[in-house]
Design a protein around this ligand. Structure first.
Ligand code: C2E
Ligand code: MG
Ligand code: MG
Ligand code: MG
Length: 284
C-alpha cells in the first residue's frame, strides 16, 4: 500500500515539476519578447527630505505588464533575466529610459537606479553605464546606483573596480535593503558607499517593536559617524515619517510620499510637489 502511495506521489511531483518548468520556459520566452519589443517600462518613486518633505530625487523601478501573463513583479523577472543572461540588455534599456526621463526633471533632482548583482561581476558595466549617460546627456553627478550587500560580496574585486570607476566620475553608490544581508557592518568600513537605505522591514516594525526602533537608531548613529547619508525605505504613514524625522533620519521613501508612477505621472507629481529651493537641497 505504501509502495502504491509512494509511486502516486512521485507521479504528482513530476507532473508539478514539469508544469513548473513549462511555466518557467513560458515566462522566459515572454521576457525575451518583452525585452526585444522594448515593452518593459520604468516607473519612478520619490525620495524626499524628511525635514520638509521636499522631493530630492526618484528611484527608477522596472515594470512589466505582459498581455498574456499580466503584471509580473521585478522581484521575479530581474532574477530570471540575470539567470538567463539577458540582464545587460534589460538593464541598458531601463537606464536609457530612466536617464531620458530624468532630463525633463529639475536639474537638482537625482536619479537612483538599481544595479543587479550579475552586473557587478561584469567588468564592462562601468563603461556601458557611462556610455548610456553620455548618449542621453545626463550628468553622472545626478546618478545614484543602488546595490545590495550580496551583490558586492559575490565578486568583490570586479565589483570594487566598477564602483571606484563610477565614483571617480561623480556617480554615487547606495547600499540598498540595508540590514537584510549577510555582513552589513564589514561592508561599511570599505568606504565604497555614499548612502545607506534602511530596509522596509525595520521601518514597518518600528512603531510596534522596540528592537526595530533601536536598530534604526543605531544605524543612524553609525552612518553619521561614517559620513553616510541615510534613506528609510517603505514609509507608509504619517506616524512612521514623524518618528524617523524625530530620530534624525534625513531622507525617506515610501507609499506615504508617493507610489512608483510612470514618467508622465512623475512630471505631474513634480508640478505639485517641487518648489525651487535649490539652496536647501544640499542634504541629498
Ligand atoms: P528595491 O530596490 O528595494 O525597491 C523597493 C521596492 O519596495 C519596490 O518594489 C517598491 O515599489 C517597493 N515599495 C516602495 N515603497 C513602499 C512602501 O511604502 N510599501 C511597500 N510595501 N513597498 C514599497 P518593486 O518595484 O516591486 O521592486 C522590487 C525589487 O525589484 C526592487 O527592490 C529591486 O531590487 C528590483 N528591481 C526593480 N526594478 C529594478 C531594475 O530596474 N533593475 C534591477 N536590477 N532591479 C530592479
Ligand atoms: Mg532599490
Ligand atoms: Mg530597497
Ligand atoms: Mg528590495
Amino acid at each position: 500500500r505504501s509502495k502504491r502511495r509512494g509511486r502516486g506521489q512521485i507521479t504528482v511531483y513530476s507532473r508539478e515539476i514539469a508544469q513548473e518548468m513549462r511555466r518557467a520556459t513560458q515566462l522566459e520566452q515572454a521576457l525575451r519578447n518583452a525585452i526585444i519589443s522594448d515593452s518593459i517600462d520604468v516607473h519612478f518613486q520619490p525620495i524626499v527630505s524628511l525635514a520638509n518633505n521636499m522631493v530630492l530625487g526618484f528611484e527608477a523601478l522596472a515594470r512589466w505588464n505582459d498581455p498574456d501573463l499580466g503584471f509580473v513583479s521585478p522581484a521575479v523577472f530581474v532574477p530570471l533575466a540575470e539567470e538567463r543572461g539577458f540582464i545587460d540588455a534589460l538593464s541598458e534599456t531601463l537606464l536609457r529610459k530612466a536617464a531620458e526621463a530624468a532630463l525633463s526633471w529639475p536639474r537638482e533632482l537625482f536619479l537612483s537606479f538599481n544595479l543587479s548583482s550579475a552586473q557587478l561581476m561584469d567588468p564592462g558595466t562601468s563603461s556601458s553605464i557611462l556610455a548610456i549617460l553620455t548618449r542621453a546627456g545626463l550628468d553622472p553627478h545626478r546618478l545614484e546606483l543602488e546595490i545590495t550587500e550580496t551583490a558586492v560580496m559575490s565578486s568583490a574585486e570586479t565589483a570594487h573596480r566598477i564602483i571606484a570607476d563610477l565614483r571617480a566620475v561623480g556617480v554615487r553608490i547606495s547600499l540598498d535593503d540595508f540590514g537584510t544581508g549577510q555582513s552589513s557592518l564589514g561592508r561599511l568600513r570599505e568606504f565604497i558607499f555614499d548612502k545607506v537605505k534602511i530596509d522596509r522591514a525595520f521601518v514597518s516594525r518600528m512603531n510596534s517593536d522596540r528592537a526595530s526602533e533601536h536598530i534604526i537608531k543605531a544605524v543612524l548613529a553609525m552612518c553619521e559617524g561614517l559620513d553616510l547619508r541615510v534613506v528609510a525605505e517603505g514609509i507608509e504613514d504619517h506616524a512612521e515619517a514623524a518618528k524617523l524625522k524625530a530620530l534624525g533620519c534625513a531622507m525617506g521613501q515610501g507609499y506615504y510620499f508617493g507610489k512608483p508612477v510612470d514618467g508622465a505621472a512623475t512630471l505631474r507629481y513634480l508640478q505639485t510637489h517641487y518648489f525651487d529651493l535649490s539652496h536647501e537641497r544640499e542634504i541629498a
